[in-house]
Design a protein around this ligand. Structure first.
Ligand SMILES: NC(=O)c1ccc[n+]([C@@H]2O[C@H](COP(=O)([O-])OP(=O)(O)OC[C@H]3O[C@@H](n4cnc5c(N)ncnc54)[C@H](OP(=O)(O)O)[C@@H]3O)[C@@H](O)[C@H]2O)c1
Length: 288
């Protein structure tokens, strides 16, 4: 493969939380960034419009597609599955067809929600059984890609956190303002530093990895533990945290969506950071 700065890359979702970080880091003349509404150096391409996609592939002739765009609003996907399917599934079909035609490697960002969230520590070899419309759509896209015969990487990650993340920023602001936070104690997940996701994705691309991989942080925590650790990292000594259960919250949370990173660690010898390391890094970066 050509070196990454000589490789034509289409990046989707480049205005979103995850995609905008990838865009910032990739920063190459051969990067073709897209999102629905567009922006500075971001082409406005609606992925549900096949004709526009055909023209865009012909123009950019990508070696790699990094497909991050999607609708991850679990509540919206439950209420309006037909609408959400357009970007979460139909667009994937269009993109797979075009990747076949242009011999483009398909890098897809999937999610822990492909599992039912009952027992956690899911491996790549476990059979997914999504319990939400969002999870079903992401799994369907995974299957379209893996059954297509094209070169691909399917990355499952979860609860990405980073400086511009809504959850992280909300937690930091609420903790600093002394606002009481109701934090769920019986819903576990494996939060993942966005920087780790980016670095490892690039490593897998340059190592010609093909297949499915879980990229998650080292620690499984509850939301309560996560917010407590954010408080520690920004030196809030007496955070106003009220422990509540999923049942008390009345919200759509699952008991355990954690993913197991053994394949990444043991087979590929690649490691993510601990939650403490990630949060300390963010706290020190935001001070600079
Ligand atoms: N955030 C996480 O913790 C996490 C974890 C695992 C997997 N993921 C996956 O990562 C993806 C992105 O997450 P995010 O947090 O970055 O979401 P986000 O901030 O909501 O960004 C969504 C992006 O998708 C674009 N988009 C939506 N509909 C589109 C369409 N019809 N055509 C073209 N672009 C469209 C948006 O463009 P506009 O801004 O122009 O509308 C935006 O750039 C999702 O697919 C999700 O499944 C996220």
């Amino acid at each position: 493969m050509k070196s990454i700065d000589k490789t034509n890359i289409i990046l989707t979702g480049a205005t979103g939380f995850v995609g905008s970080y990838f865009k910032l880091k990739l920063d190459s003349p051969n990067l073709f960034s897209t999102s629905k509404s567009g922006g500075a150096n971001v082409n406005p391409i609606d992925l549900t419009n096949k004709d526009d996609l055909v023209k865009f592939f012909e123009f950019s002739k990508p070696d790699i597609l990094i497909h991050i765009a999607g609708n991850k609003d679990v509540g919206f996907c439950e209420k309006f599955p037909d609408e959400a399917r357009k970007v979460n599934v139909t667009a994937t079909k269009y993109l797979v067809d075009l990747c076949k035609k242009y011999k483009t490697k398909f890098v897809y960002l999937s999610t822990d929600y492909v599992f039912d969230g009952k027992r956690g520590n899911y491996k790549e070899t476990d059979i997914p059984l999504p319990s939400s419309e969002y999870g079903k759509m992401k799994l369907e896209s995974e299957e379209i890609i893996s059954n297509s015969g094209i070169d691909h990487i399917i990355i499952r990650s979860g609860a990405l956190y980073g400086l511009n993340g809504k959850f992280y920023q909300w937690a930091v602001n609420s903790l600093r303002d002394g606002i009481q936070i109701e934090a769920i104690v019986d819903s576990y997940f494996t939060p993942t530093l966005l920087d780790d996701l980016y670095d490892i994705t690039l490593k897998l691309i340059s190592n010609h990895f093909n297949g499915i991989i879980h990229i998650v942080g080292k620690n499984k925590v509850s939301r309560f533990q996560m917010i407590s650790k954010i408080a520690d990292s920004i030196r809030i000594l007496d955070p106003k945290l009220k422990p509540i259960t999923i049942a008390e919250s009345g919200l759509f949370f699952m008991p355990d969506l954690s993913l197991c990173p053994d394949k990444l660690n043991k087979e590929l010898n690649i490691f993510t950071h601990t939650l403490e390391e990630g949060l300390e890094y963010l706290a020190s970066t935001s001070k600079n």
